[in-house]
Design a protein around this ligand. Structure first.
Ligand code: NAP
Length: 309
């Protein structure tokens, strides 16, 4: 039994939470937990049917739940812009933006609608653009938080500024680790900028350890390999509900501070209760944070507004 559960979150009544990748796994679990504590949850999903199914499940479990789905494909900047516009029209503020959507290791190189390497484009650039475009909505909230879901895999990651899109040399594992390192660096740089501006915005990161979700199936590996990997995760890892806990903790608890990274407290952070997690030395390279920010602005065309509020 976890020592910390969603029942330990402060009352979320009146808070508005946007969750990317809310259609399965950790995002769907987080949505359920937050709606159960009273938050109005906006599920950002790329499939209306999958989003509707999750929303219906949440309403069946929590009769008063306020949950709505809105289409968002993180692998297309036009979709990101359209989602941000719709959200700004639909809600007065965003108390939490949980940047959770993610695409696991892709064995073969593929690109997004805009021609970015698919993992870097979906996992990092899409969220970089979305957060910047939603910033005015976030800054309308009294104590806004951005939570980036990274991974243990960030530790293997390096940002290859000379070949960010893996055009010269592609390796799926390297591309995934790079994208998750980028998620963490983005959260840390956003926090640095928010502090420098004296902003109320809190930017943090979290990771789920290793959890049974739709993640392995999304790699496109053969069915036998997916089944074997999921069986292994079932033994050594944790379920999606527990995998959601570090992100929920980072999104809601009063003791959380900007620039922190939360994950499970067990052996090698694979499973356990939410606790401060280890950040790799590479992820602490502030010059790389700023370089990644600049290149992300150039690639997405999204410039952040002033963070002071
Ligand atoms: N599970 C783990 O062990 C593990 C470990 C470390 C980090 N993580 C991170 O945890 C986060 C959640 O993953 P998960 O484990 O819950 O896996 P999951 O069940 O596969 O969920 C991933 C979510 O991301 C969404 N998504 C993928 N590509 C998208 C796109 N182009 N546009 C919009 N949404 C998109 C998926 O939508 P669809 O339903 O439409 O596919 C799904 O809702 C990811 O950031 C992942 O990197 C997971």
């Amino acid at each position: 039994m976890p020592r910390w559960t969603p029942a330990d979150m402060p009352d979320q009544d009146g808070r508005i939470v946007v969750i990317t990748g809310g259609s399965s796994g950790i995002g769907a679990e987080a949505a359920d937990a937050l709606a159960g504590r009273g938050a109005h949850v906006v599920l950002a999903v790329r499939s209306q049917a999958r989003g509707d199914a999750v929303a219906a499940r949440i309403r069946a479990r929590h009769r008063q739940a306020q949950v709505s789905g809105s289409l968002l494909d993180m692998a297309g900047l036009d979709s990101v812009r359209a989602f941000a516009r719709r959200t700004a029209d639909a809600v007065p503020r965003g108390d939490v933006l949980l940047n959770n959507a993610g695409l696991g290791l892709q064995a073969a190189r593929a690109v997004t609608v805009d021609g970015f390497e698919r993992q870097f484009g979906t996992n990092h650039l899409g969220h970089f653009a979305l957060t910047g475009l939603l910033m005015p909505v976030l800054l309308n909230a009294p104590a806004p938080r951005m939570v980036a879901i990274s991974s243990i895999a960030h530790r293997r990651g390096r940002i290859d500024f000379d070949d960010l899109q893996g055009e010269r040399r592609y390796n799926g594992s390297r591309a995934y680790s790079q994208s998750k390192l980028a998620n963490l660096m983005f959260a840390l740089e956003l926090d640095r900028r928010a502090r420098a501006a004296g902003s109320r915005l809190v930017s943090v990161a979290a990771h789920p350890g290793v959890a049974t979700t739709g993640f392995v199936a999304a790699t496109g590996l053969p069915r036998v390999a997916v089944a074997a990997l999921n069986a292994g995760i079932g033994v050594f890892g944790q379920d999606a509900g527990r995998g959601a806990l570090p992100g929920l903790y980072a999104a809601t608890m009063p003791d959380v501070k900007g620039g922190q990274y939360w994950g499970p407290d067990g052996f090698k952070e694979i499973k356990g209760d939410p606790a401060l997690a280890a950040i790799s030395t590479h992820a602490l390279d502030q010059a790389a944070w700023q370089r990644l920010w600049t290149v992300s602005e150039q690639l997405t065309g999204v410039r952040y507004p002033a963070l002071s509020s």
